[in-house]
Design a protein around this ligand. Structure first.
Ligand code: ADP
Length: 474
């Protein structure tokens, strides 16, 4: 990429400089003429040519001074020379020859035209020596004397144009070199973040997730850098979660397996007699393991987006009442009362949702079991149902200790337990709430937890009401 950038820069610089020098060289000759003539510097060669042309046409100098005079001050015409003068531009620039004096004498040295004086006289020998003889048919027909100012021949003009051309080339080469050096620095600076990103992406691909790049600016490269950092960050987080989950699963499996093994070994060694009482703990551990594996399977299905819900219209009042009946024996065993409260504004209010009854039972069953589990003997668990415009809202209040405030944000994390040993002793896997929330979300709803100001925990399940206009069941 660096090479491509530099080559592109170099190409642009080269094209611009060659173009610039070419244009400068092409226009400088014209510009020099345009500047010199209107500005008043006449090429003596051009003047000689024009005067000789005038003589050739008239075969005398008669009228030349009036012609010159008539043209003095006329700097607006185009072109130069006698031919052009007839078009209105002869001697253009004579007027302002940067202080140059023009004298024209005939072949006998009689001054015919003097831009500075009216005196009738002959050109002196000295003046003859300095003057340019004018010729016609190889005969001298007069003398042109340019005094003072800046004489400017065609050779001078060519030299000036050549010098200007050389200066343009020099300036071009200098500007090109400076531009190339700047291009090199720029290419390096532009390429650095891309190089860093490539290196970081390669390391990431090789399994080193501890990668981040320095983000500079808010342009596309900056955005790419930020996105890369986010991606690396979430990969790191996922990896940490995966490792933690694997460790948690191993830990959760080890406990019941160890208990089972100890019990089985004791039975084999004859330490415990083989009877129902000694087999029951093994069965319980087996049930715990089965539940754990089932929960993990459900979570794996949710993660893979493969959890299929057999949705049908479910009347939630009836559903909750039925669930309370199912949970009653478990509650009664602990001396806990379950109260059902129908808080709909009207008895006729629609309470249908579109859901999978098996999964709904799993959600509310888990919340209710927890409520019973964490409510002390003689306590109460209340289940309230109501509706708003969009949702059916089911709340489970218990009269337990509630949830420590610092535990609330993690309550729905996998394997999270406030009191690990207590939960495990009571047969909890630490996956129940995580699964319940995932299932609620799979129904388009949500499950949240908070503490009641009067004490105890409140779990609120929201599920979207069934769209009566929609006949689709998915
Ligand atoms: P577990 O199988 O351990 O109950 P859950 O995911 O169902 O796992 O619950 C996670 C943790 O949330 C529990 O270990 C417990 O500490 C806390 N918890 C859940 N429900 C309640 C509740 N009603 N009152 C107090 N704590 C609760």
């Amino acid at each position: 990429m660096r090479r491509k950038l530099i080559l592109s820069f170099a190409l642009v610089v080269l094209i611009s400089i060659v173009g610039m020098v070419g244009i400068a060289r092409y226009t400088s000759a014209g510009t020099v003429r345009e500047f010199m003539f209107p500005g008043g510097m006449i090429s003596s060669t051009e003047l000689v040519k024009s005067l000789e042309a005038y003589y050739q046409e008239h075969l005398s100098w008669q009228g030349v001074e009036s012609l010159i005079n008539s043209q003095r001050g006329n700097n607006q015409g185009k072109g130069w020379g006698y031919g052009a003068a007839q078009g209105g531009g002869m001697m253009r620039g004579n007027n302002g020859m940067m202080g140059q004096r023009i004298l024209l004498a005939d072949e006998n040295r009689n001054i015919l035209y003097d831009s500075d004086s009216q005196a009738v006289r002959l050109l002196s020998n000295d003046e003859i020596a300095q003057s340019i003889p004018l010729h016609h048919n190889n005969k001298v027909i007069g003398y042109l004397l340019l005094q003072g100012g800046m004489g400017f021949t065609q050779a001078d003009e060519r030299q000036l144009v050549t010098r200007l051309g050389q200066a343009a080339i020099f300036a071009g080469v200098l500007a090109g070199t400076v531009a190339l050096v700047i291009a090199l620095i720029l290419a390096n600076r532009l390429q650095k973040p891309v190089r860093d990103l490539t290196l970081a992406a390669q390391n990431l691909a090789n399994g080193d997730l501890d990668q981040s790049v320095q983000v500079v600016g808010k342009d596309e490269i900056g955005l790419l850098g930020r996105t890369f950092n986010q991606m690396a960050g979430s990969l790191r987080k996922d990896e940490q979660m995966r490792k933690a989950l694997t460790a948690d699963i191993a830990h959760e499996l080890r406990n019941p397996l160890a208990v089972q093994r100890a019990n089985l070994e004791a039975l084999l060694d004859g330490v415990y007699p083989l009877n129902n009482e000694n087999i029951l703990p093994i069965l319980e551990q087996n049930q715990l393991l089965t539940r754990l594996v089932d929960d993990l399977r459900t979570l794996a299905l949710v993660d893979a987006g493969q959890l299929s819900l057999q949705k049908i219209p479910v009347a939630m009042r009836e559903f909750c009442e039925h669930l309370v009946e199912i949970m009653q024996p478990q509650a009664r065993k602990k001396g806990i009362r379950i109260v059902f409260e129908d808080n709909f504004r009207e008895t006729s209010e629609d309470d249908f949702i579109l859901g999978d009854p098996h999964r709904l039972e799993q959600i509310l069953g888990n919340v209710l079991s927890n409520a019973i589990r964490y409510t002390p003997i003689d306590g109460q668990v209340k289940i309230l149902i109501q509706g708003d415009l969009k949702d059916i809202i089911i709340q489970v209040h218990d009269s337990g200790e509630g949830i420590p405030e610092d535990a609330l944000p993690y309550l729905f994390d996998r394997f999270y337990r406030v009191d690990k040993s207590r939960s495990r002793d009571q047969g909890g896997t630490g996956l129940g709430l995580s699964i319940a929330r995932q299932l609620a979300q799979a129904h388009g709803g949500n499950l949240i937890a908070e503490n009641s100001p009067e004490g105890g925990a409140i779990f609120t399940l929201r599920l979207p009401k069934m769209d009566k206009n929609s006949s689709t069941i998915n």
